[in-house]
Unconditional design. Structure first.
Length: 220
C-alpha cells in the first residue's frame, strides 16, 4: 500500500533528476539536490575566512565534504554545466561577507591549454561566468597557465607550492584593478596564491578568492 501511495505521489508531484550531492536516484524536489543534502550544505557553510598571504580576502560557500564533493566532481568531470549556476549562487552569498570590495571584474584559475582541450571546458571559467552574472560584473580572461603542472591533488603541501611557482602569466592589462579570482576547491591555496602573484605582478590592486569549497586541513 505504501509503495502504491508513494508511486501515486511521484506521478502527481514528479521530482527532478537524481541528487547531485549524494546520488539519490529518487530525485529531488528542489533544484539539483535533495532536502537532506540541502540541509547538510547549510551545516557546512563557511563564508568569509582569513586570507592567505598574497590574497586580500577569501570566501567559500562550504567545507569540501559530502555533498559538496559530489557537486564539484559532477560539474568538473561530468559536464554538468548547469551546476555552475547553482554553485555560483552559494558562492555569491558567501562573498557578501567580504563586501564592499570594490571588485571590478571576475577572473578564474586557468587550465593548461592541452588539458582544457582534452576536457572540453574549464570548470573554473564556468563558475566565474555564472558568478559574474550573479554579481553583475564582467569576466576577464586574465591568466595563462604556461606550464603543464602535475595535478595538485596528488602532491603534498610543499610540493603544491613548488608545482605552481611561475606557472601563471598575465595575458591582459590589470593595472589598478580589484579582481575576484574564482576556483572550485581550495586545499592549501597554492594555486590561488600563484594566480594572485601573477595578477599583482601585473599591477592588480587587490585579488579576492571566491571558491565553492575549502578542503579543511589540520590547523586551518
Amino acid at each position: 500500500m505504501n509503495r502504491l501511495l508513494t508511486g501515486a505521489l511521484r506521478l502527481a508531484f514528479p521530482r527532478k533528476a537524481a541528487c547531485m550531492g549524494c546520488g539519490d536516484q529518487t530525485g529531488c524536489r528542489e533544484e539539483w539536490i535533495c532536502p537532506a543534502c540541502r540541509k547538510r550544505l547549510t551545516e557546512l557553510y563557511l563564508g568569509a575566512v582569513p586570507p592567505l598571504p598574497g590574497l586580500d580576502g577569501m570566501a567559500f560557500a562550504c567545507v569540501y565534504a559530502r555533498p559538496a564533493t559530489g557537486l564539484v566532481q559532477r560539474m568538473k568531470y561530468g559536464e554538468l554545466y548547469g551546476l555552475a549556476e547553482f554553485m555560483a549562487g552559494e558562492m555569491a552569498s558567501a562573498f557578501e561577507g567580504l563586501q564592499p570590495t570594490g571588485a571590478e571584474a571576475v577572473t578564474f584559475v586557468p587550465m593548461y591549454p592541452a588539458r582544457e582541450r582534452a576536457r572540453g571546458y574549464n570548470h573554473a571559467r564556468k563558475l566565474a561566468e555564472a558568478l559574474s552574472r550573479r554579481m553583475n560584473l564582467p569576466v576577464l580572461d586574465a591568466l595563462d597557465r604556461v606550464r603543464d603542472t602535475p595535478q595538485q591533488a596528488r602532491l603534498d603541501d610543499r610540493a603544491r607550492r613548488e608545482n605552481v611557482r611561475g606557472a601563471f602569466a598575465l595575458k591582459v592589462p590589470v593595472e589598478g584593478m580589484r579582481l575576484i579570482l574564482v576556483d572550485d576547491v581550495c586545499t592549501t591555496g597554492a594555486t590561488a596564491q600563484g594566480c594572485a602573484d601573477a595578477l599583482k605582478a601585473g599591477g592588480a590592486r587587490a585579488v579576492y578568492l571566491a571558491g565553492y569549497a575549502r578542503a579543511m586541513q589540520p590547523g586551518l
